[in-house]
Write a protein that binds this ligand. Structure first.
Ligand SMILES: Nc1ncnc2c1ncn2[C@@H]1O[C@H](COP(=O)(O)OP(=O)(O)OP(=O)(O)O)[C@@H](O)[C@H]1O
Ligand SMILES: [Mg+2]
Length: 359
């Protein structure tokens, strides 16, 4: 027998959180018009002190524009920016308790690593002895002391990235801002460096905002992820919540893989209906043998991914992707498949998540 779970997961995709004070970072109704378009549209976001939040979204959705406003390089047309409870909206970048790491690092090629890192303190005319001491501490923190006399063109991409990070950290910011900090690194190094950044961020307890369009990166290092679409935040949740309860169809399809079928779900089959049924591939369970509640399914295609296979099965009139570990079924095999959980959307919004009761 099949029963449906409680429809208790739905909430509006954008809920303008009441403006409570935080000693982290707060954006209130932030708006930016560029070239006659509202690039950022009344955006609200609260990042708690010590939290790491990613701004994640497709190219052109406004991530960099948002970060540049937070950093003070771009003036909002409307709204407020608060850092550690203080309104910084009208302060320039140097007067804000924030520091930014740029996508291209923006290091001075002719200056040594040490001088690059010292630069923001020199600009602020800090005493020479203090500068030397703080630079030493921060270079030690990012494991670059041995390169202090090298020039950026002579060190690796990963090391340059750490110089840029050190140059931000040396300012002892309350809020650390990073725009696509790993996009210039190869895949392996990207994973290593993102873990280093997360480890350091947690050790220092520093409020951090990272801009990325790489969902795996965002999901693996963030406390919470703000998924952006066309200048707005579609959902702001923990990675697990984003994946399990994507509140809009956009988030559901943007995060991970989602089988998307028009219709309704009766707890067993997709039937005619006026909504959209979204099913994660791991919730499509294929087996060669019949099981309770399983529907006949034919294997149409098998795509190996190393440690698992993506198997496309045709059930009734619907093709679904399933993730299968272990040995792969043969194409053309006639087996059985269940839909163990489905996300039900209407007008792009999550109405409820339905689970199969009998497993
Ligand atoms: N100075 C400008 N004048 C007009 N439009 C602009 C300007 N700067 C940015 N835009 C537009 O604003 C939108 C958001 O740009 P933004 O750089 O914030 O996107 P993004 O999310 O960082 O994208 P990406 O992932 O490609 O870096 C884009 O459509 C861009 O073309
Ligand atoms: Mg960008």
């Amino acid at each position: 027998m099949i029963t449906l779970s409680d429809p208790a997961v739905s909430s509006p995709p954008v809920d303008p959180a009441p403006a409570q004070a935080t000693d982290g970072l707060q954006l209130r109704s932030l708006t930016k018009v560029l070239g006659g378009r509202r690039i950022i549209d009344s955006l609200d976001l609260t990042v708690e002190r010590g939290e790491l939040v990613s701004l994640l979204g497709p190219s052109g959705c406004g991530k960099t524009t948002t970060l540049r406003m937070i950093a003070g390089f771009l003036t909002p047309d409307d709204g407020d920016i608060l850092m550690a409870g203080r309104d910084v909206t009208r302060l320039g970048p140097d007067r804000r308790p924030s520091a930014m790491v740029f996508q291209n690092y923006a290091l001075w090629p002719h200056m040594t690593v040490m001088k690059n890192v010292a630069y923001p303190l020199r600009v602020r005319r800090r005493p020479r002895a203090e500068v030397a001491q703080r630079v030493e501490v921060v270079l030690e923190l990012v494991n670059l002391l041995h390169h202090k006399d090298s020039r950026p063109p002579r060190i690796s991409g990963g090391e340059q990235q750490r110089v840029a990070l050190a140059r931000a950290l040396v300012q002892e910011p309350e809020v650390l801002l990073l725009d696509e900090p790993l996009s210039n690194l190869d895949a392996q190094l990207r994973v290593k460096v993102r873990e280093e950044i997360r480890e350091l961020q947690q050790r220092l307890g520093i409020t951090t905002v990272i801009v990325t369009h790489d969902q795996e990166e965002a999901m693996s290092i963030s406390d919470r992820v703000a998924v952006m679409n066309a200048g707005r935040i579609e959902q702001f949740s923990t990675p697990v919540e984003l994946y399990r309860h994507p509140e809009t169809e956009f988030v559901g399809t943007f995060i991970g893989t989602l089988n998307r079928v028009e219709g309704a779900f009766d707890g067993e089959r997709v039937v005619a209906g006026d909504g959209v049924v979204g099913v994660r591939p791991e919730d499509v369970v294929y087996s060669a043998q019949p099981r309770a509640g399983a529907v006949p399914a034919v294997v149409e295609r098998v795509v190996p991914h190393g440690h698992f296979h993506e198997v496309r099965v045709r059930r009734d009139d619907v093709t679904l992707s399933a993730f299968v570990s272990g040995s792969a079924p043969a194409v053309g095999e006639a087996g059985f498949a269940t839909i163990d959980a489905a996300l039900i959307y209407r007008d792009g919004r999550l109405v409820r998540r339905v689970e199969r009761a009998v497993r």
